[in-house]
Write a protein that binds this ligand. Sequence first.
Ligand code: SF4
Ligand code: SF4
Length: 231
Amino acid sequence: MLSEIADNKTNDPDDRVRVLTLPARYPQGAEKVLVKACTDREIPMGKLPSDVGCLVMNVTSVAFLANYMKTGMPLVTKRVTIDGSAIQNPQNVIVPIGTKIADVVAFTGGYKTEPKKMLMGGPMMGLALASDQLPILKQNNGILAFDEKEAHLFEPTACIRCGRCVSGCPMNLLPTLLEQYSNAKNVEQLTEFDVMDCMECGTCVFNCPAGRPLVQAIRLGKIMVKAGGAK
Ligand code: SF4
Ligand code: SF4
């Protein structure tokens, strides 16, 4: 459908617009991954898309900007996915920004069971919520609520050096080393091994058979690097 619109000479007389279909894989939406998939250009560590002649803009943001220019109406609502094993009726809803999360869940039919863990965001990158009394924010696309079984965390075991976290990292980082350097508070090595390039996609944790809390350690490592002003 989009390809047909772009291919139509009336819409695009200079043939400057192309619609690319990418395979459904995770993570695909991150800037560096998108630029590589669409143009085969690699953004070097510490660089931006503009350094390789690209500009990445979120389609929803562009649509919102167009609407704002036309009507003057600022962003006051969000489309939010309410899902998870503790949710009675999973669905997408459009809610005013600032609405209490508990009220949004109640609007969809409430909880099926007492939620043991809630996330703001998706299952891979979402942030744990301390309470459902917090508001929907403008950057919020999803609320997930899990029952006891799905919220259960397994005790991590020792790294078996299988390398799955390394081979699956879309940023070509070494998550297992970054975890070690973070635990050792070694800011110099964290910087040397480009911890700031981690986009916290969670792929390394998903792949790890030992259940190592790699992203949690990497997040702490990034905070240490920022605090140290190393980057
Ligand atoms: S979260 Fe893990 S897999 Fe994702 S970019 Fe960071 S180190 Fe790589
Ligand atoms: S995936 Fe887990 S067990 Fe395997 S090397 Fe990485 S941290 Fe170690």
